[in-house]
Design a protein around this ligand. Structure first.
Ligand code: SF4
Length: 279
């Protein structure tokens, strides 16, 4: 984990408390400091540890200017040649700010994968959670990354539409995933974090998270109604009630059968116990 920025330049998503503290206000870490960190990591690697993967953080570090990122990628190549893959968090805003040529330059300099919290394909939900981008923009971002040869790992959130828009959220999320066709998808379960705007909505009765069966029904809809060329689909995050890890499209039927069995039985013993669930 190489910190190249602090906080998140958006910092408005209603469910997120990652960078709440004023000390975590978004700022770019000076290149001189990053250079020192890379030097330290290189010295550590020279003592016998092989560093193959580097992740550039915080929040949406892809928002940094392209020249700045290129310089960091060059530092990594020069000082830690064992690195095979560099990943970064990005969102539709930060991806779309880059031109196809800039993304290609980043890919050629070693940027291999962008992790992108899409959360939902439903524009009403995206607006309500203040995601800062629309479904159409997320699809355009996916096409830009593909064109540049950068892999795309997309996260969606079960339950983020609440009970009220559960069906619309799941159907639209299947639709957006089909249109984006990313090689990696992670389906996480919404956790309402205290002191967030989402928690305030929950307290006011304006947001009701679907129960575990409702959340799994959303997962079933997403799995049944999406199509992929070739996708590693994970729903095994610690927040999920039923861990699933599928190669799609090959494993689609197996996943649906497993979900149908659990949804028909409605036996809590089939689910990950609450005490083992986490954010
Ligand atoms: S973009 Fe990510 S880090 Fe930033 S506020 Fe939204 S969820 Fe939090």
């Amino acid at each position: 984990m190489l910190q190249v920025s602090l906080g998140c330049s958006h910092n408005k998503c209603t469910y997120c408390a990652m960078y709440d503290d004023p000390s975590q206000k978004f700022r770019v870490k000076p290149l001189a400091q990053v250079r020192t960190d890379v030097g330290d990591a290189a010295a550590y690697a020279a003592s016998g540890l092989t560093i193959r993967r580097v992740f550039l953080c915080d929040g949406d570090a892809l928002i940094l200017p392209t020249d700045h990122l290129l310089e960091i990628l060059q530092m990594l190549r020069d000082q830690i040649p064992s690195v095979r893959r560099v990943g970064i968090y990005g969102d539709a805003r930060s991806i779309l700010r880059k031109s196809p040529a800039e993304l290609q330059q980043l890919q050629q300099a070693g940027l291999g994968i962008v992790y992108h919290g899409v959360e939902s394909g439903d524009d009403q939900v995206l607006e309500r959670i203040v995601k800062g981008s629309t479904a159409g923009e997320a699809i355009a971002a996916a096409h830009l990354l593909r064109g540049a040869g950068i892999r795309h790992s997309v996260m969606v959130m079960l339950g983020i539409g609440g009970q009220e828009r559960s069906v619309e959220h799941a159907v639209a999320t299947a639709r957006i995933l089909t249109a984006m066709d990313p090689p990696f998808v992670g389906a996480l379960t919404t956790t309402v974090v205290p002191n967030t705007p989402l928690a305030a909505e929950q307290d006011a009765g304006e947001f009701v998270l679907p129960d575990q069966w409702g959340l799994l029904a959303e997962l079933r809809t997403i799995l049944a109604e999406s199509t992929f060329t070739r996708c590693r689909f994970h729903a095994n995050h610690a927040s999920n009630y039923l861990p699933l890890s599928l190669n799609l499209p090959a494993d689609q039927q197996r996943g649906l059968e497993q979900l149908d069995r659990v949804l028909q039985n409605r036996d809590e013993d089939d689910l990950r116990p609450e005490y083992l669930r986490g954010l």
